[in-house]
Design a protein around this ligand. Sequence first.
Ligand SMILES: CC(C)(COP(=O)(O)OP(=O)(O)OC[C@H]1O[C@@H](n2cnc3c(N)ncnc32)[C@H](O)[C@@H]1OP(=O)(O)O)[C@@H](O)C(=O)NCCC(=O)NCCS
Length: 199
Amino acid sequence: MKSIVSHLPDLPTLVTARLILRKMTLDDAEDMFAYASDQEVTKHVTWEPHITIEDSRAFLLDVLERYEKRLPANWGVELKATAQLVGTCGFMSWFSDHRRAEIGFALGHRYWGQGLMTEAVRQVIHWGFNECNLNRIEGECKPENVRSARVMEKCGMTLEGVLRQSVFAKGQYHDLRLYSILRQEWQCSDDVFSRKARH
Ligand SMILES: CC(C)(COP(=O)(O)OP(=O)(O)OC[C@H]1O[C@@H](n2cnc3c(N)ncnc32)[C@H](O)[C@@H]1OP(=O)(O)O)[C@@H](O)C(=O)NCCC(=O)NCCS
């Protein structure tokens, strides 16, 4: 099926209870390096750990170019309490003609297990459906990446199946679990989400 990668709207700043999702800048290099150099964080992603801060700068330069060209890109995930960049969350692909997009995310190891990425991903899904008129949002993870799978489940996404040997990364092929949520499913859960956020 023909799919054209199309341009995203300009990424706005999104605010949750504990987080600010905002565009990244080169000033984030140090915070990014702190988590992106950690092999625990990069174990299940396709990108290699950052070896020096120059890797983080190069990564951020690519992100800035993506913002400029309106290509699929991540928000920086900033912790309100400390104003530190603790991770990224955003869109890996975006197909306007099909109103479909794919999300991706990563968080510093010391912040795991507090529900932070679930909070960020819910906000990104909310934006995608409510502000951008998407119809389907997908996410993929390696079968052994149980934390990532759990985040997507907690965001109301459904496991559709396994894409066998779907990516070649770090010297080998990897299966990927495919999760998705449709706009009509989100509208139901979003009512609950909005009610919770108000209280
Ligand atoms: C995936 C990731 C973003 C999760 O972030 P997080 O803020 O810790 O996620 P949350 O706290 O919202 O949820 C994690 C869930 O995994 C569960 N979990 C943690 N360890 C687990 C394990 N060994 N087995 C099963 N579930 C586990 C937690 O209990 C929690 O679920 P719960 O709220 O139902 O208890 C983070 O682990 C990360 O950055 N990993 C490295 C990068 C990565 O893999 N990105 C995704 C690529 S597809």
